[in-house]
Design a binder for this molecule. Structure first.
Ligand code: ASP
Length: 308
């Protein structure tokens, strides 16, 4: 029987306004703590498992770093090719095994809905670290924290999401999470890679669609660039036709407000020129750091702050 009192993190749709503000406040406290003394011992004696069926650099290592900086330990299965998954073990049996060793499982999987399936058989909290083209709820929280840090507020901003909005799980989660605020959304994509209808139907903020990046930049407070998701294309020629759809160049940065913020969930391929990295508005590597604090807050939350 699934244990409904467990604090799984599966979708942004489960987050209340209270939960969001608690996590953002806790993240700020963890930031201070890490910067002052490296972390705390809050999760001393807790063990997490990172179970990643898809590649990851930031999500897996920030969840590991978050656990270590809270005094906990991590079992890292960062390439399931070297686990019994390669022998054909089901996701359910893998979860039933890893829950015997760990207090929380951070799962990335190529199938939409995989985190919910894992949660349905798990006796420990499951954190969705990306389920295919579905969601990436912890990224959306760190994106929110980044916007807060960089812009000092969220209400009233114009937030522009650019690129592969069809397959990009980060923009699916972030656009829905922004329902808790009053913002204006601008979606820039080619028609065939536009934000899915099922996501749009859930959005409460006004949104405008663009196919041209230059038209959307001057009104943007936040420009959230995304990678064309190569791994989601059945036809690689189609991917190649799209891979340079939108490129934020130093030249285009002239159209962005002086107070603007450039974000990207990373990895970045061609969509932001390296020259832009030196611009103070380029916040994507600070965004990486903020992810650590948000994930510390999330781990402490699902593990009841270390209370057994
Ligand atoms: N790292 C993000 C994700 O896992 C974005 C990306 O891969 O493009 O969804």
């Amino acid at each position: 029987m699934p244990n409904s009192s467990l604090k799984h993190i599966l979708t942004v749709e489960q987050f209340s306004a209270d939960f969001i503000s608690t996590i953002l406040n806790e993240a700020a406290a963890h930031q201070k703590n890490v910067q002052a003394k490296g972390g705390s011992k809050k999760l001393d004696s807790f063990v997490s498992t990172n179970l990643f069926y898809e590649p990851s650099t930031r999500t897996s290592s920030s969840f590991a770093a978050a656990m270590y900086r809270l005094g906990g330990q991590v079992i890292g299965i960062n390439d399931v090719a070297y686990s019994s998954v390669a022998k054909g073990e089901t996701l359910e049996d893998t979860i039933r095994t890893l829950e015997q060793y760990s207090d929380v499982i951070v799962l990335r999987h190529p199938d939409k809905g995989a985190a919910a399936l894992a949660a349905s058989v798990s006796s420990v909290p499951i954190i969705n670290a990306g389920d295919g083209t579905g969601e990436h709820p912890t990224q959306a929280l760190l994106d929110l924290y980044t916007i807060m840090q960089e812009q000092g507020k969220i209400d009233g901003l114009t937030i522009t999401m650019v690129g592969d909005l069809k397959h990009g799980r980060t923009v699916h989660s972030l656009s829905k999470l922004l329902n808790h605020y009053k913002v204006t959304l601008q979606f820039v994509s080619t028609e065939d890679l536009s934000m899915p209808e099922d996501v749009c139907q859930k959005l409460t903020n006004p949104m405008t669609r663009f196919t041209d990046l230059t038209s959307a930049l001057p009104t943007s407070d936040v420009v959230y660039m995304t990678r064309i998701q190569k791994e989601r294309f059945k036809d690689l020629d189609e991917y190649h036709a799209h891979k340079d759809d939108y490129v934020l160049s130093e030249n285009l940065m002239r159209l962005v407000k002086k107070t603007g913020t450039i974000m990207h969930p990373l990895p970045r391929l061609n969509e932001i020129e390296q020259e832009v990295d030196n611009d103070p508005r380029a916040a994507y590597f600070r965004q990486v750091q903020y992810g650590l604090y948000v994930r510390m807050a999330l781990l402490a939350h699902v593990l009841n702050g270390g209370e057994r």
